[in-house]
Ligand binder design. Structure first.
Ligand code: BGC
Length: 364
């Protein structure tokens, strides 16, 4: 069977012929890959900033944002049958019994760093014609989501962020109205984050680099989130325009804009970081000012990575809600589908919003 892999140590992408995966336990499921989303993490892996092959292997099969179709189920699998659509989770627990997170079913909070992530860290991903996975890591997707469920994984980042946000804001002794939120960036994680925040009742503005008109601005405005370009409106001017926001959802991985945006954050507000910065120049940070803003305004900044079982379930439910609320808008985020052989080219692609590798049209 064909699989798209990155070779180590060259980090060159190749389409390999690999053995057909088989069920090794009665709780496993064999899945036919339909689609795999490509994201900034894949780019980081190819650049050598992130990622590792499974132990003792010279390549890593790529792909962690996936939609597949069940081909075969083990004897003990319940609730899944051939033909069902499934979305796999990414992270698998570390082997250490003392890790409180992994031993509580939350490898997304792993404290040892010895977790694996399929398609990223020490475990093969889903960019292959077929894969085998334990049923416990598969989420059934409704057939009506066939065209968009590949977006579930990037949406889980927002689901986890929003869940953590609600825990943090439960510190306030009154019921908080959602109010205004600012999304930094306009890529897929940002667009899906904007939708999730709007669904939660926030009044969302998207703040990103490129001046309008551009397709990302059009996508956010089509769901009712005004788009402002940071090339045209400075953070100071943005503060005057918006008058402060209660939540900032950062999805750029650009540290400067992330820290600058603190100026727009109201008292008791929360800044959520989801982007991992590339290796860029060192940032000069007004540390005293940042600390002052945090302390004197009870502001919170937190980072969030990966997602758990409940975030995946919530993401799949939200995709259905988003489709009903904004018909055609999720579909429009997937700007291009490509054959598996184009993975390396897609990672470098400049335009578009979400690029997807499709096994449906090209590999069968
Ligand atoms: C994935 C997460 C993963 C993170 C770090 C992201 O692109 O969505 O599941 O934990 O990369 O590897």
């Amino acid at each position: 069977m064909k699989a798209v892999a990155v070779m180590f140590p060259s980090r060159e992408v190749r389409v390999l012929d690999v053995p057909e995966p088989r069920l090794h336990s009665p709780t496993q499921v064999k899945v036919r890959t339909l689609e795999v989303g490509v994201c900034g993490t894949d780019q980081d892996i190819l650049k050598g900033h992130h990622g590792a092959a499974p132990k003792g292997v010279d390549h890593l099969i790529l792909g962690h944002e996936c939609l597949g179709e069940v081909m075969e189920v083990g004897a003990h699998v319940q609730g899944l049958k051939p033909g069902d659509l499934v979305v796999p989770r990414v992270r698998r627990p570390c082997p250490h019994a003392h890790c409180p997170a992994c031993s509580h079913g939350h490898p997304d909070f792993c404290v040892t760093g010895d977790y694996t992530e399929r398609g990223i860290q020490g475990a093969h991903g889903f960019c292959a014609e077929h894969f085998v996975e334990d049923a416990a890591y598969l989420h059934k997707a409704d057939d009506s989501l066939r065209g968009v469920a590949v977006l579930a994984e990037p949406l889980t980042i927002a689901e986890k962020g929003l869940r953590e946000l609600s825990h943090i804001q439960s510190r306030l002794p009154w019921k908080l109205n959602p109010g205004k939120a600012l999304v930094l960036g306009a890529g897929p994680v940002a667009q899906l984050g904007a939708m999730a925040l709007m669904r939660a009742g926030f009044d969302v503005t998207v703040y990103s680099r490129s001046p309008k008109p551009n397709e990302k601005a059009a996508a956010s405005e089509a769901v009712g989130a005004p788009y402002i370009s940071s090339k045209e409106v400075t953070v100071e001017a943005l503060k005057k325009q918006l008058g402060g926001v209660g939540i900032i959802y950062e999805a750029t991985g650009a540290s400067k804009v992330a820290f600058d945006s603190l100026q727009v954050l109201e008292e008791n507000g929360v800044l959520i970081f989801t982007g991992v910065p590339g290796r860029e120049e060192p940032l000069e940070l007004q540390g005293d000012q940042v600390l002052g803003q945090l302390v004197l305004g009870n502001r919170v900044m937190f980072g969030t990575v990966n997602a758990s079982d409940s975030d995946f379930r919530e993401a799949l439910e939200d995709l259905a809600r988003f489709r009903a609320k904004w018909p055609g808008r999720l579909e429009a985020l997937i700007t291009q589908r490509h054959p598996p052989s184009e993975f390396a080219k897609v990672v470098e692609a400049k335009g578009g919003i979400k690029h997807v590798i499709s096994f449906q049209e090209h590999a069968r």
